[in-house]
Design a protein around this ligand. Structure first.
Ligand code: FE
Ligand code: FE
Length: 303
């Protein structure tokens, strides 16, 4: 269980030094900004075609926010999930509405006309599943059973599920209260793994937050701890170019995992998911050193 608990009570902001434990996602420019950054990074990139394709996927997510937004009825039940001290959208027991399957279908419809043959094959395969089969695949994917899903279908299933959970998270009538416990390696809202961490600018300047790979919340974690096992003092930082790189990999010699840290202060155009995908060379380097990635990459699933 996460040590940051979501409560339904609006707590006052308190002193100026109080740290906001959870930042709920805003939707407005999330996907359009991601698409723009992916296109920018795609230029002269070895994986340029794939980055461009992921930009189309982000565009499709953005379009669906307007075309099939989260039904109001699904927001109504959120408040009561905040009272039991658990992650309110924990994927293991949150009763998913079939709405997310509409999102999946919407993504497929939007991407199909411009898709290459292999993407079309994947989208065709998705279309053959019954609603019940799609629920089974979603449950497997959210539980980390990538081999049951396959990387091709996982990409689209995750994009739809993430669009669903991100809308739910952004609609939470919550402010989070932080208990001073441990175990912050999972999202306090949906209990999923982070995609990466970010050393913030703006009101939270200098603080490190982890960003959820599914619902895109950010939650606070002190910088001196491993984001996976919370050990201190055994962390190393890796980067490809230079000392003050805008992205580093933080590796831990206790649990032998790593997660990337992003520094938007050094690159104002940074967008976490886009830049994560564009810096796979860093992953390869750190994995060669014997560390395993602890987070999820929403644009790149194993299996
Ligand atoms: Fe989450
Ligand atoms: Fe660790």
């Amino acid at each position: 269980m996460s040590s940051i608990q979501m409560t339904p009570v609006q707590t006052p902001t308190g002193g100026v030094n109080e740290i906001t434990p959870v930042l709920l996602p805003s939707l407005k420019v999330r996907y359009s900004k991601r698409a723009a950054r992916l296109r920018q990074l795609a230029e002269a990139h070895a994986m340029g075609d794939y980055l461009g394709f992921c930009a189309q996927l982000a565009d499709a997510q953005h379009a669906l926010l307007e075309r099939i937004p989260l039904p109001v009825a699904l927001v109504a039940g959120l408040a009561e999930r905040l009272s039991n001290g658990q992650a309110p959208l924990a994927t293991v027991d949150y009763p998913r509405d079939r709405y997310w399957q509409q999102l999946l279908q919407g993504l497929a419809e939007q991407l199909y006309p411009e898709a290459n043959p292999s993407v079309r094959m994947t989208l065709d395969a998705l279309r053959e599943h019954t609603p019940a089969q799609l629920e089974q695949l979603a449950s497997a994917l959210l539980a980390g059973g990538y081999e049951q899903v396959g990387s091709g279908q996982a990409l689209f299933l995750w994009a739809a599920l993430s669009l669903y959970f991100t809308q739910l998270a952004s609609a939470l009538p919550a402010s989070a209260s932080a208990a001073l416990g441990e175990q912050r390696q999972h999202c306090p809202v949906c209990a999923s793994a982070p995609v990466a961490s970010v050393v913030m600018t703006g009101p939270q300047a200098g603080l490190r937050y982890l960003q959820c790979s599914l619902c895109e919340c950010r939650w606070h974690m002190v910088r001196v701890k491993c984001s996976n096992c919370e050990a201190t003092g055994a962390l190393d930082y890796w980067s490809l170019e230079r000392q003050d790189a805008a992205v580093k990999a933080e590796s831990c010699n206790d649990c032998h995992s790593y997660l990337k840290v992003f520094y938007p202060e050094k690159d104002r155009d940074q967008e976490l998911l886009a830049d994560d995908l564009a810096t796979l060379a860093l992953d390869a380097e750190v994995e060669r050193e014997g560390y395993g990635r602890s987070g999820v990459s929403p644009f790149l699933f194993p299996g």
